[in-house]
Design a protein around this ligand. Structure first.
Ligand SMILES: [Ca+2]
Ligand SMILES: [Ca+2]
Length: 225
């Protein structure tokens, strides 16, 4: 096949012209594209380009508190309806109490806690915990709708898609969180002056959801010069 065979009809001439056109244009196209994309990334934050990013979190807390007073063996069910447009970093159940009904040490009240995550979106495990009502007592139960969330600023190297994939709770944690506490009241079995000194305790129950918006800024200080 010589050149004449390739060009002996208008159709073949057209095909050859198209082939030559792409042979010329593609190297130019791919030669220019990286430059165009790099410019666009700096201007608008493109999604597929690997870069270095300054990552921070703008947090908003959603808090619910209750203060039930319970006698020995009483239980209290607490419900926390969590709805948010934001990503959810953490959900914390905290119980605190300070038993000062008897003078001096001993006979300190306490509480047991048991969660119920059956009405929450996502794969979470129920937890139990317990704590006494001494100074600094009480207990917490913590869940992570966003894996490993701490809220700490850091620097990320990679694509924006990867970065946004890491910091996304994907609807996990929405729904109704629930926990039941059971009061354990301790007091001196020998009445003092005919009185039982302690028959109940006021428990402080607090739910906190830490929600966040991701704030990312491309940094260009490592661009080759
Ligand atoms: Ca007590
Ligand atoms: Ca008490």
């Amino acid at each position: 096949m010589d050149f004449a065979d390739l060009t002996d009809t208008p159709r073949k001439q057209g095909m050859l012209g198209g082939t030559i056109f792409f042979m010329l244009v593609f190297p130019i196209y791919f030669g220019i594209m990286p430059t165009l994309v790099a410019d666009e990334m700096v201007e608008s934050g493109s999604t597929g380009i690997s870069a270095s990013w300054s990552v921070s979190f703008i947090e908003t807390d959603i808090v619910q508190s209750e203060s039930p007073t319970l006698g020995d063996g009483d239980t209290y069910d607490s419900f926390f309806d969590l709805m948010s447009e934001e990503n959810i970093g953490l959900v914390i159940f905290e119980l605190s109490c300070i038993d000062n009904d008897e003078p001096g040490p001993g006979f300190t009240d306490s509480a047991d806690g048991q969660s119920d995550i059956s009405q929450v979106e996502g794969l979470f495990e129920d937890q139990t915990n317990q704590g006494d009502c001494s100074m600094g007592g009480g207990f917490e139960m913590i869940w992570y709708p966003t894996n490993n969330y701490t809220g700490e600023d850091y620097t990320f190297d990679g694509t924006e898609d990867d970065l946004r994939g890491i910091w996304n709770s994907n609807g996990n944690g929405l729904g109704t969180w629930a926990a039941t506490i059971t009061a354990n009241i301790e007091t001196n079995p020998v009445p003092v002056f005919g009185e039982v000194l302690d028959s109940d305790e006021e428990y402080q129950v607090t739910w906190t959801a830490i929600t966040y918006q991701l704030e990312i800024i491309p940094t260009i200080d490592d661009v080759d010069t």
